[in-house]
Design a protein around this ligand. Sequence first.
Ligand code: FWK
Length: 482
Amino acid sequence: MELKNKRLTEAEFSKQREEVLTHWPTGKDVNLQEAVEYLKKVPEHKNFAAKLRKANQEGITLVQPRAGVALVDEHIKLLQYLQDEGGADLLPNTIDSYTRQNRYNECEVGIQESIKENRSMLNGFPVVNHGVANCRKVLEAVELPLQARHGTPDARLLTEIIHAGGWTSNEGGGISYNIPYAKSVSLEKTILDWQYCDRLTGMYEEMGIEINREPFGPLTGTLVPPSMSNVVAIVEGLLAAEQGVKNLTLGYGQCGNLVQDVAAIRALVEQASEYFKTYGYNVELTTVFHQWMGGFPADESKAFGVISWGSATAALAGATKVIVKTPHEAIGIPTKEANAQGIKATKQTLNLLKGQRLPMSKELEQEINLIKAETKCIIDKLFELGKGDLAVGVVKAFETGVMDIPFAPSKYNAGKILPARDNNGAVRYLEFGNIPMSKEIKDFNRQLLEERAKTEGRDVSFQMVVDDIYAVGKGTLVGRPE
Ligand SMILES: CC[C@H]1O[C@@H](n2cnc3c(N)ncnc32)[C@H](O)[C@@H]1O
């Protein structure tokens, strides 16, 4: 199918759908009309879009963990624990790595092994293998809205099953679930596949069912400059809106400097709203702030320091939702107790800061304007490369390095960009590669890095990047020379 940023026709969608539903036997249980009838009976307090809307209106920040295990009953117990003991406001279903690669046969093996070993032998919930009825079983066992959180380049069957199963939010996108998650899946393919997922979402909307979509904000979670992250969020939002998505949560991964992180969220909302208005999309916009996605300290008390700082920043930024880390982050998948601890520490901090926002200042305004200007440089180029077509522009932008995500595994990513922190810990561009920024912006980024170099008595160098990558795990924000 030719790549274009155009709403899929019914014929184009149905033709694909016939084949998608055969990718695994559980696809045959998906019946759109029956699913709509089921979804109409899902109470409002379990609809993801409705809960986000209420939080946005009340100006509160909702708390959501990540969580997923192999077997249905164990997964239900886990989610009930995070709901009742942790106090989560929204619940995830973190999907396992095999499902993310459409390797459903290996999921079957993992499910059988988990039964045999009486513990989860998969690193998430194998939703395609479990199918629609089990998704509904999970939804009916909790009192909160459910979302699928994953990293799936081809999420077409997954999306069919989760929504028929009553889950009313789906994370991901054709860029954000490819470049940071896959090595050699073409961007053209994943943008086409996610147009399918977004078209299905749009069809549910047209049948009266609200479904929330959330592009994956943090990307590689490793010193991603806010403007590059905002470009991906805005572009995936625009691509989704073209397919009929009406309820969008755009996201961002904490970098660590308070003014920059608050500015990133403010710039994201303002600039995304401007683009949706310009292109005539009437979408409801909320934001999600991901607590630090980089290396964590192994010491659990120190980990709580990082978690609380992310919570405070989310509150002061006025984010609609915050994604929680746990004191087991440095080790791996958390126990349910550690996961609940992360939620409780987050909620405590949010409650202490309830109603507070970082006030406008010269520094905050300057950072908002800088992020918007950098973002505009890149998006303008996208439309130029695509000769007006955003989808084509994205593919060409990665081919030419106009879009470039630091430390991404994808062979379609140029990898010429290099980020490093300035003297206050804000993430700046050390190397721009082929990213089209104005001379003024390039000079300003360089000047800020030179200020750090002067303070540290060393040259601006790749060593700063390395030091910054290890810094938070070692207890600081800026990787100062030892
Ligand atoms: C995006 C990466 C984040 O997702 C977390 N994660 C991945 N799989 C699971 C899982 N199955 N349960 C809880 N947390 C998980 C991981 O610890 C890391 O914080």
